[in-house]
Design a protein around this ligand. Structure first.
Ligand code: C2E
Ligand code: SIN
Ligand code: SIN
Ligand code: FE
Length: 396
């Protein structure tokens, strides 16, 4: 029996009931785990009139409890991990499934001040209750600290916290499943992309990561939403997936391609398009357009279709700038690495020719961040291309 009929100091039963209903509806519509946990923590802080609420979830792989703690509004979250077998009271609650209430945390040997140190917070009274699912399994721990009136947490707080945990457990389990699916999808995409680039890249992972980051920064800088930009980030590693279909004698040719070989090389866009055609997920649909159109040029001189201007899908126009910049800055079997400044000059020079001028503008804005991605490369590859006469080296 939960005693939320027991009136709280500051909230009437009616207000509390209202908050509970709101809590239930807000959490049931949130599928993103981090956002869900933020909402739950914020609501619990409000309902218990506390200074802070921290939600720890069990990571069954690593046998740890983890939490992301906001360092203040709009600031980065700090991830905290506690081994499940540690002596602290959070781990104890997770192991035993029993609530622990500490009227004065710093006087109790089970309380560790590590988290307080990391987050610059002073815990006084605190209570931790297990978060259990319908089957009674412990999913994690809700910890609340510092009631605003300075008193310890009582039975009523404990009951309310357990009730909120019961209400939240189902949503948390669903959001965890969604996250697992998302992570699995991203891992699969990424490994697929690595497969495609495996043969012709010195440092495949770095290359894919850089293109992905540059595409993401470009998208944000162009004013696209965070979720749209993330799709671009996640899809971009697949832009050259069609290279899996190319024979080694072309892909790995140490020198210049003959015009015939270059014609064959061009077909990686068509292959990529076929591989990703008809996909259902948004990220693969985007990857489809990127792989098919990432060698189109703004002035219509690109391949495979010779599309021009805004007929080229925006995501392809974005990834092409990221792709070319990266290709110039790194070593290839057929070319040396350029300095980032030289590559930037090339990108600017190609504005309105190869590239969408708006995207070149955005690229100049993000260039300081981009440059940092390549800081280590010139050290590894001291032999830098001297003069960059674009397209002179191009077959035909
Ligand atoms: P990639 O190496 O990933 O290069 C991607 C794009 O970056 C190129 O598309 C081109 O637009 C630009 N790029 C790369 N290196 C240079 C350069 O030295 N100068 C200039 N101006 N631009 C450069 P592109 O040309 O359509 O080539 C597509 C893919 O074909 C390349 O992907 C690469 O895998 C292959 N490739 C192109 N030329 C040669 C070559 O001469 N030899 C060999 N072995 N492969 C080549
Ligand atoms: C996370 O945000 O913690 C993982 C990635 C995601 O779920 O979007
Ligand atoms: C090359 O043909 O050497 C690379 C591609 C280009 O110069 O555009
Ligand atoms: Fe390509």
């Amino acid at each position: 029996m939960q005693d939320f009929s027991h009136p709280h100091e500051r909230l009437t039963a009616e207000q509390k009931l209202h908050l509970l209903v709101e809590f239930g509806s807000r959490i049931s519509s949130e599928l993103h785990l981090d956002k869900l946990l933020d909402i739950i923590a914020q609501q619990i802080t409000q309902m218990l009139d506390a200074g802070r609420c921290t939600i720890y979830l069990k990571d069954d792989n690593s046998q740890e409890l983890w939490s992301k703690i906001a360092q203040g509004k709009g600031l980065e979250h700090t991830e905290i991990r506690i081994p499940l077998n540690s002596d602290g009271f959070i781990a104890l609650v997770a192991r035993t499934g029993q609530t622990i209430n500490l009227p004065n945390a710093y006087e109790d040997p089970r309380f560790s001040i590590d988290v307080d140190i990391v987050t610059a917070f002073r815990t006084h009274a605190t209570i931790a209750v297990p978060l259990k699912n319908n089957a009674g399994e412990v999913l994690g721990v809700f910890q609340v600290a510092n009631k605003s009136d300075g008193t310890p947490f009582d039975k009523s707080d404990e009951g309310l916290l357990k009730l909120l945990g019961t209400l939240a457990a189902g949503s948390i389990e669903i959001a965890k499943l969604y996250q697992e699916v998302r992570v699995a999808q991203l891992e699969t995409i990424y490994r697929l992309a690595v497969t495609a680039e495996y043969r012709d890249q010195q440092d495949t992972r770095q290359h894919l990561k850089n293109i992905s980051i540059i595409s993401y920064l470009l998208a944000l800088s162009l004013g696209m939403s965070k979720s749209e930009s993330e799709l671009i980030k996640n899809a971009s590693p697949l832009h050259d997936i069609g290279k899996v279909a190319l024979a080694d004698n072309i892909l790995l040719k140490p020198g210049k391609l003959t015009p015939e070989e270059f014609e064959t090389m061009k077909s990686h866009t068509i292959y990529g398009g076929r591989i990703l055609e008809g996909a259902h997920s948004k990220v693969l649909q985007m990857a489809h357009k990127m792989s098919l159109y990432h060698h189109e040029k703004w002035n219509g001189s690109g391949y495979p279709k010779g599309l021009r201007g805004e007929d080229i899908p925006l995501e392809a126009r974005i990834v092409t700038v990221a792709d070319v910049f990266d290709a110039l800055c790194v070593f290839r079997v057929y070319k040396k690495a350029w300095r980032t400044e030289e590559a930037l000059a090339y990108i600017k020079d190609e504005s309105g020719k190869s590239f969408d001028p708006r995207i070149v503008e955005a690229f100049q804005k993000i260039y300081p961040s981009v440059k940092r991605l390549y800081a280590h490369i010139s050290v590894n590859k001291p032999d830098i291309k001297k003069s960059s006469v674009p397209n002179k080296t191009k077959p035909n």
